[in-house]
Design a protein around this ligand. Sequence first.
Ligand code: ADP
Ligand code: MG
Length: 544
Amino acid sequence: MWQMIVSEKRDFLFALLAGTISGLTAVALFAQSGFLISKAALLPPFYIILILTAFLKLFGVAKSASKYAERYISHRVTFSLLEKVRIRFFQSLQPHAHALLSSYRGGDLLTRMTKDVDTLQQYFLRVAYPPLVALLVFFGTMLFTVWFSVWITLLLLISVLLCTVFLPVLWQKKKEATSQQLYTESLTEYFYGLTDLTVAGQRPASEQALQQLSVDFEQDLQNEEKQALQAQLVNQAIALLTAFAVVMLGAYFVTTGALDGLYLAMLLLIALTVFEVAIPLGTVPLHKVKTKEAFNRLTAFNSATIPKQALQQGELQMLQADKLSYSYPNSEFQALRDVSFTITKGEKIAIIGPSGAGKSTLFQLLIQNLQPNVGNILWNGQKTAQIQHEELWAQMGIMLQHNHFFSGTVRENLLSDQEDAHMEELLTKLQLPFSLEQEVLENARNLSGGEQQRLALARVLLRDVPIYLLDEPFAHLDSNLTAHCTDLLLASPQTIVCVTHKLDALAHFDRIFVIHEHQLVEIGHYDDLIEKQGIFYYMQKLST
Ligand code: ADP
Ligand code: MG
């Protein structure tokens, strides 16, 4: 955070200067009032009163003007810092979007983007900058009071240290309450799953749980407020006690002749004013914990490095997996273990296996949405982990297990700039009776699961790239359509890697990779695997 503040150093210094001037002029204003009151009691010549009053006015104006400047500049710094934080956060998030969504709850990311950035707003205004201003103002004031009384200066110093250093340490909270985060996460999930919860009859239960979370959140907010109020109250009490002590000590020094009585009121008012700067410092530790955690959450993703190499030889000749293993974050077991294979140009590969075996995990590794914990994926011998994702994606036609559709037309959802005639021909081949202008609703609510899959398949087939990678493209198709679409897919000259749990139409693939219990257990042509009578043979037998 300080790094960023340094980048705004000019405004930061100006804000500091304005804040210090404003603090010092406030002290001067009250000091002079005190002096004026005492002086007036001694009936001095009228011109002295006049001069003193003029100074009073001057300090008053200077105080207001510098306060305004301070507010203005410090807020400007804050907003430009926030802008930087937002941009950085988005930039750090964007390259890892998929991996993040598989390990964080959507609501969590949402909270980070909104609430945490807002919390950081407090950092500059309440944590980084007030202690510095307070320090400068005290220092200035003490340089002044020490001329009048060393002991009273010492007294001020001790009370101020008590308020700003010792007590805040006592109040330091170890951890921020997580209730708000939980509440936002659950609320987002509730909205995502509203239909499912309703039809399952679970809505009241989940609403009740939400209600409880919101009560906890409310409670935490109140506690926080109470704590802040307590801190301020204690500081206020110390301020008053100090003022009282200054009067007592001052009165004593006046009687011993160590202090001119004329300055007593002035010192009292200085003591009261200087604490005005100190009182907000009581809440610094609270804000510090909050902003620190927000900052950590916002920068948590920065550590992942972004690959920078360009693709060395474009056209795909060989795609290899070398001893790939992968465990999901916060998961104990390996979703994929020690997988190695080589796929050569033009080959048609089916990756099959029971549900949960690790097929999609392997698929996500191949398309660079996940990075292996161990092992490498090699594109013509070059490690893909080092290649810019965009370069690789430009070579791939990818169909995910869940595809997103935008509200718009069929044409827009094909995400292609091919000729209309070509697109229409493909739709017909896929037995989709759509015109290109036909409307698609958000999330393709007006299309059946099978239609969505064929539309997604069309997206891939329209891409002029060397390799197609597809995850369960036929999951919602009946066996006739599956066979038909498989033939259509396999007729393309591209290298094809197709994940499927459907065992029909597999004989048309060049090779089948069998994933079983997170490992690659068999590789071979359909006929060889049947002949071998291994795992694939029994899977096939069970399904018929
Ligand atoms: P499938 O072969 O059905 O495509 P997956 O590759 O999706 O299987 O899943 C393999 C294993 O990894 C499963 O046991 C699954 O529970 C687990 N898994 C999948 N996604 C995650 C995730 N985001 N976090 C933790 N575990 C996961
Ligand atoms: Mg899967």
